[in-house]
Design a protein around this ligand. Structure first.
Ligand code: SF4
Ligand code: SF4
Length: 214
C-alpha cells in the first residue's frame, strides 16, 4: 500500500490561498488505512476550511482515487458540485491526485498529503517500507529480505563491515539488513547464497515513467 502523511495545516492553507470554494476527495483504500484520507479526515478538513472562511462544495471518498475510470464516472455523476468549486483538495497519494487531475478536467487539484513510500501494514497505524520498486526483484537470493531497501547503502553482496551489535553503522537504531539476511539464510540452511556474487543493478529497469499493459 501507499503510505501518506498529512501536510502541515499552514502548507495546505497556503496552497488554497485565493481559492474560496473547495471540493474534498479522499481515498477508501491506502489513505483511509493511513488515517489521512478517510471519512474522519475529510470531516476534519472540511471543519478546518470552514473555520478559515472557505466553502466546501462537497466531499467524496473514491474507491480508490487512483482508478481513472472510477474518477471519470464520479466526475460525471457529481459534475454540479465539482463545477461549483474553485479547486479540488485531494486527501490521497500523489497518484490519486494525478488520476483526479486526469479524470476531472479543467480543475485545479491540490495535494493535501505527502506521499512517503510503498509500505507494509504491520498493525494499526504502523507501516514499514520494504520495497523501493527497483524494477528487478532479486530477493530470491536473500530469502525475501530486500537489501536495496533495508541496507542503508543498498549493498548487494554482503555487509559493509560497519555493523555493530547487529545494528547498521549508518543508524544504530536499525537492524543491519545483511545480518538479517545472514540469520535467515542460516535458519533455512541456504548460507551458500551468501557466496553468490550479485551483478550490478540495471538502473534502466527503473526508468520513469513506467507503463505496463496486461
Ligand atoms: S529487490 Fe527490493 S526494491 Fe527491488 S523489487 Fe524486490 S523488494 Fe522491491
Ligand atoms: S551496517 Fe549493514 S545495513 Fe548498514 S550499511 Fe552496512 S551492510 Fe548495510
Amino acid at each position: 500500500m501507499i503510505v501518506t502523511r498529512k501536510k502541515e495545516t499552514e502548507v495546505i492553507l497556503g496552497m488554497l490561498k485565493g481559492y474560496k470554494s473547495v471540493f474534498l476527495i479522499g481515498c477508501a483504500q491506502c489513505a483511509t488505512m493511513c488515517k489521512t484520507g478517510g471519512e474522519q479526515q475529510l470531516c476534519d478538513m472540511q471543519a478546518l476550511l470552514e473555520a478559515e472562511g472557505k466553502v466546501a462544495t462537497g466531499k467524496a471518498i473514491l474507491d480508490p482515487a487512483c482508478h481513472l475510470v472510477k474518477v471519470k464516472q464520479f466526475a460525471y455523476q457529481n459534475k454540479d458540485a465539482i463545477k461549483g468549486a474553485d479547486a479540488i483538495l485531494a486527501l490521497t497519494c500523489g497518484d490519486g491526485v494525478q488520476a483526479i487531475k486526469d479524470g476531472i478536467m479543467g480543475k485545479t487539484v491540490l495535494p493535501a498529503l505527502d506521499t512517503l513510500f510503498l509500505g507494509e501494514f504491520e498493525r494499526g497505524g504502523h507501516f514499514s517500507q520494504k520495497c523501493v520498486l527497483c524494477g528487478e526483484c532479486i530477493i530470491d537470493k536473500t530469502d525475501a529480505i530486500c537489501p536495496i531497501t533495508m541496507c542503508a547503502k543498498g549493498l548487494l553482496n554482503g555487509p559493509c563491515g560497519g555493523s555493530k551489535n547487529k545494528k547498521c553503522e549508518v543508524d544504530r537504531e536499525k537492524d543491519c539488513a545483511w545480518i538479517l539476511i545472514y540469520e535467515r539464510l542460516k535458519v533455512l540452511r541456504k548460507l551458500e547464497n551468501m557466496e553468490k556474487i550479485a551483478c550490478p543493478r540495471d538502473y534502466s529497469l527503473q526508468s520513469r515513467p513506467q507503463k505496463v499493459i496486461v
